[in-house]
Design a protein around this ligand. Structure first.
Ligand SMILES: NC(=O)c1ccc[n+]([C@@H]2O[C@H](COP(=O)([O-])OP(=O)(O)OC[C@H]3O[C@@H](n4cnc5c(N)ncnc54)[C@H](O)[C@@H]3O)[C@@H](O)[C@H]2O)c1
Length: 455
């Protein structure tokens, strides 16, 4: 099939490469000239596991190309995926869908052959109907159906999730559109992946409901970690024990500095606002509590770092490991790690930041921050080490505690992702502080600071 993907960012570019891998002929349309040039040269403009390789493979095979020209895509493709951004409006009252409306307003009059438009961006209830009205008013060839096909990929696993999704949801209005969706996803459906065929309004709601639930799970364990701190209980053990019940599960149940990124914060805010508009007040109140818990996480992490250091952070050199909003991606959008850095700087601390993938982007976006190219450089002379993104390089590397012992001045580790195996650190003489857990102090009889709960 000949397909276009309009908007080649974190969602669209991996989707375009995945479509090529499935055997389709693909054109990606990207407004940003620099991004389009990089993609055209087979160079990934951001880090996503496996994306650079897949992009280079299919730019090389000739099955995938990119353009800034929407008319080229209109001429070429029989299916057009929409993957432009839907940020939160500045007043917080729902999504800004101007990129989507702009694309359908421009695309509809350019179409001259039967085709399907397929939305993948995240939207709120009622948007498909509004966009379909624009298409109907502007199309010169009669009816063109707008299908909604929400995307559930996890950043950091975008390629894997695009090629092997756990489900495909399509909101369609006709049997012909359903057939087109079955055709474009045929290789995936052949492997037994379920395609849930529904109406557009239900498809819109599925995506909002999924992301709001993920946020709720994260805030639930974070709220519990607050309770655990009050009684010196261990939230990691609580999460492990309750998660054995398959109705609860372990995924998304690790305490930390909260959800972030380009999707969850805006999606739960927009959904909550829409629920309020619809009069679903109890659902809205639930999601507002979820947002409150999340908003408090940075202050709670700062308190923990102050407690671990044993006093105010003014002038304190901090090795700050992690900048991206989560491991596996270089995405810095609404990164809780960066929110924490900013709070530490406001308190006078002197963080030096290292991240395995996000440093080039961070240097461009935030030239005011001190960045290090290596872990060693970040650790040198630090009084406190903070792990703020759960990269395996920081949490699984068994040699890191010894390296940190040699480079850092203090032996205070604050893991605000509760991702580190604390024992090797403690064995190397470190005090390990995590959220909602008693601190672990060095083995070999080194005394714990006064007032610290100990494991
Ligand atoms: N990032 C994810 O993991 C993910 C997952 C599921 C859903 N989504 C949803 O997908 C949508 C896109 O998210 P993203 O993270 O990829 O955003 P993004 O900002 O990374 O990408 C959007 C891209 O669209 C381009 N663009 C804007 N207007 C355009 C136009 N008129 N023509 C061509 N290109 C245009 C931008 O330059 C940008 O590169 C959002 O609605 C998001 O909520 C994202």
């Amino acid at each position: 099939m000949r397909v276009s993907v309009i908007g080649c960012g974190h969602l669209g570019a991996p989707h375009a490469a995945a479509m090529a891998e499935l055997g389709h002929e693909v054109i990606g349309v990207e407004l940003d000239k620099d991004k389009c040039a990089a993609l055209s040269a087979g160079i990934a403009p951001f880090y996503e596991d496996g994306f650079g390789e897949l992009l280079a493979k299919h730019v090389g095979s000739g099955r995938l190309r990119f353009s800034t020209d929407l008319a080229e895509a209109a001429d070429f493709a029989e299916m057009h995926f929409l993957a432009v951004g839907t940020p939160l409006r500045e007043d917080g009252c729902g999504y800004d869908i101007s990129c989507l409306t702009g694309v359908v307003e421009s695309l509809a009059p350019l179409l001259w052959r039967p085709c399907t438009i397929v939305g993948k961006s995240t939207i709120t209830i009622g948007t498909v109907a509004a966009l379909q009205r624009i298409i109907d008013a502007r199309s010169t060839i009669g009816e063109i159906e707008l299908v909604w096909n929400p995307e559930f990929l996890r950043e950091g696993h975008a390629v894997q999730d695009s090629l092997s999704p756990d489900r495909i949801v399509v909101g369609v209005s006709s049997a012909a559109a359903q057939k087109a969706m079955e055709e474009v996803y045929a290789p995936i459906l052949a492997r037994g992946v379920e395609m849930i065929v529904t109406d557009p309004a239900t498809a819109e709601l599925v995506k909002s409901a999924a992301n709001a639930f993920l946020c709720t799970k994260i805030s639930y364990i974070n709220a519990l970690s607050e309770a655990c701190s009050l009684v010196d209980a261990d939230v990691n053990t609580v999460a492990h024990a309750i998660g054995i019940d398959e109705r609860i599960g372990h995924a998304g149940m690790r305490p930390g500095i909260g959800y972030g990124g380009g999707c969850l914060p805006k999606d739960v805010a927009a959904f909550s606002h829409r629920l309020g508009e619809l009069g679903a007040d109890r659902a809205r109140a639930l999601l507002e509590s979820v947002r409150d818990v999340n908003a408090a996480r940075i202050a709670i992490a700062v308190e923990l770092i102050e407690r671990a250091h044993g006093g105010p952070l003014d002038g304190v050199p901090v090795a700050f490991l992690g900048a991206s909003f989560k491991a596996g991606t270089s995405d810095l959008r609404h990164s809780p790690a960066l929110a924490l850095v900013d709070r530490l700087i406001a308190l006078g601390a002197r963080p030096v930041i290292h991240d395995p993938e996000a440093i080039p982007g961070l240097r461009r976006q935030r030239p005011d921050l001190r960045c290090a190219d290596t872990v060693e450089e970040a650790l040198t002379g630090a009084d406190v080490v903070v792990i703020a993104t759960e990269w395996p390089q920081f949490t699984k590397d068994a040699s890191l505690p010894a390296l940190a012992s040699a480079a850092a001045r203090g032996r205070v580790l604050v893991d605000v992702r509760n991702a580190v195996e604390a024992d090797p650190w403690s064995a190397n003489g470190w005090h390990v502080w995590q959220l909602g857990r008693p601190a672990l102090h060095p083995q070999h009889g080194i005394a714990a600071p006064a007032g610290a709960g100990a494991r």
